[in-house]
Write a protein that binds this ligand. Structure first.
Ligand SMILES: Cc1ncc(COP(=O)(O)O)c(C=O)c1O
Length: 399
């Protein structure tokens, strides 16, 4: 995609790899191609490169290097946490607690375990997408082996009270996994201060390469080996290392950490976008909570219009957005996250997610503020369900 001709506002789905990251990766494809496990001279440096990357990542999230395990991304790290803890703790119990707004990379492994006899408690959330730590406490039983709650939601951007939940799980001796795919590299993450036992991260969300990520596993946490094979990653996740990817991820997290201050700019751009749209589009709701969302996040629902239709028309104006989670594109089901915050299915269908990033400017936001209301007006004229004349203002459902 030629990003110069488009306004890309889908950074929660993925971000362009930073040119400095690409540059750092390039030597490891051909020139320094050798397997880090080899003993001959040309291969020898690559194991040190892997360990240096581990140290860089550990430093940024304030972990110990031995607690960072390289994986193929967020999905693998999430699967490892859920299935790995379940298998390691079978003798203690077969109960797992998670939330209704988790990514499918957590919900699907839970579903997989449920079919095999595990008991899964799925906690509801508030209308802003918050998990209540008191609900976690109430749900914990003697046979609970894992709590998995995400750090921030990928569809609406809500940031969860992870440290408060961790205090509860720690006191009860239950392992706590946190999907931090949307936060690591975007907001400050001090993993020890959060108090979680496991966390998932993915490089492509913070301007690194796709197909590489890491799992944080606190020392002493009982989790089964994910990939059986060679002895890589302390024998816990076998497979030849993705050296270019790991080098790129370490460079990307370093750069992202240095640019965390940009978050305030992205938050104000998202506010500018919201104000611009809400002033000109009636019957529209904001799903991303003001003051507790990831920087640059704005998820809205526009009554009487399909999200996909808005997405395609915005695309026609050079603007890339998402109408839900990119990972579920192609599905006609309404977003499970929007249903969980209480939106009726027909309303949830009208959602658009703008996620702004590094390259977005005020000019980009102004372009959307100019074009989007026109798109909505046209689509509403064609809409069989939108009847503003019969309405007295406000939306006909409780939010
Ligand atoms: C919260 C969350 N978890 C997990 C994933 C999956 O990560 P990956 O694309 O690296 O497999 C995503 C990707 O969108 C995500 O947003």
């Amino acid at each position: 995609m030629d990003t110069r001709k488009t306004i890309y506002m889908d950074h929660a789905a993925t971000a362009a790899t930073d040119p400095e990251v690409v540059e750092a990766m390039l030597p490891y494809f051909a020139e320094k191609f050798t397997n880090p496990a080899t003993l001959y001279t040309p291969g020898r440096g690559n194991d040190e490169v892997i360990e240096a990357a581990r140290e860089t990542i550990a430093k940024v999230i304030k972990a110990d290097p031995g607690e960072i395990y390289f994986t193929s991304g967020g999905t693998e790290s999430d699967n490892w946490a859920v299935k790995g803890v379940a298998l390691a703790s079978e003798k203690k119990g077969r109960h797992i607690i998670t939330s209704a707004i988790e990514h499918h990379a957590v919900l699907e492994p839970c579903e997989f375990l449920k079919k095999r006899g595990w008991d899964i408690t799925v906690l509801g959330v508030s209308d802003t997408g918050l998990v209540d730590p008191a609900d976690v406490e109430k749900a914990i039983r003697n046979d609970t082996v894992l709590v998995s709650v995400m750090h921030a939601n990928n569809e609406i951007g809500t940031i969860e009270p992870i440290a408060d939940i961790a205090k509860i799980t720690r006191a009860k001796g239950v392992i706590f996994h946190c999907d931090a795919v949307q936060t690591i590299g975007k907001i400050p993450v001090d993993i020890k201060a959060l108090g979680v036992d496991m966390a998932s991260a993915s490089a492509h969300k913070f301007y690194g390469p796709k197909g590489v990520g890491f799992a944080y596993i606190r020392k002493g946490t009982r989790v089964e080996t994910f990939n059986h094979g060679g002895g890589q990653e302390a024998g816990r996740r076998a497979g030849t290392h993705n050296v270019p990817g790991i080098v790129g991820m370490a460079k990307a997290i370093e750069l992202a950490d240095a640019r965390l201050g940009d978050g305030a700019r992205l938050t104000s751009l998202a506010e500018m976008l919201w104000k611009g749209l809400v002033n000109s589009i009636p019957d529209m709701l904001r799903n991303s909570p003001q003051g507790n969302s990831l920087p640059g996040f704005l998820n809205i629902v526009v009554e009487g219009v399909e999200g996909e239709a808005m997405l395609l028309r915005l695309d026609g104006k050079g603007v890339c957005v998402s109408s839900g989670s990119a990972c579920t594109t192609g599905s006609l089901e309404p977003s499970h996250v929007l249903l969980a915050i209480g939106l009726p299915a027909e309303v949830a269908h009208g959602s658009v997610r703008f996620t702004l990033g590094r390259e977005n400017t005020e000019e980009d936001v102004k372009h959307v503020i100019k074009e989007f209301p026109k798109i909505v007006a046209v689509l509403r004229q064609m809409s069989p369900t939108y009847k503003p004349d019969c309405r007295k203002g406000g939306l006909p459902y409780a939010i």
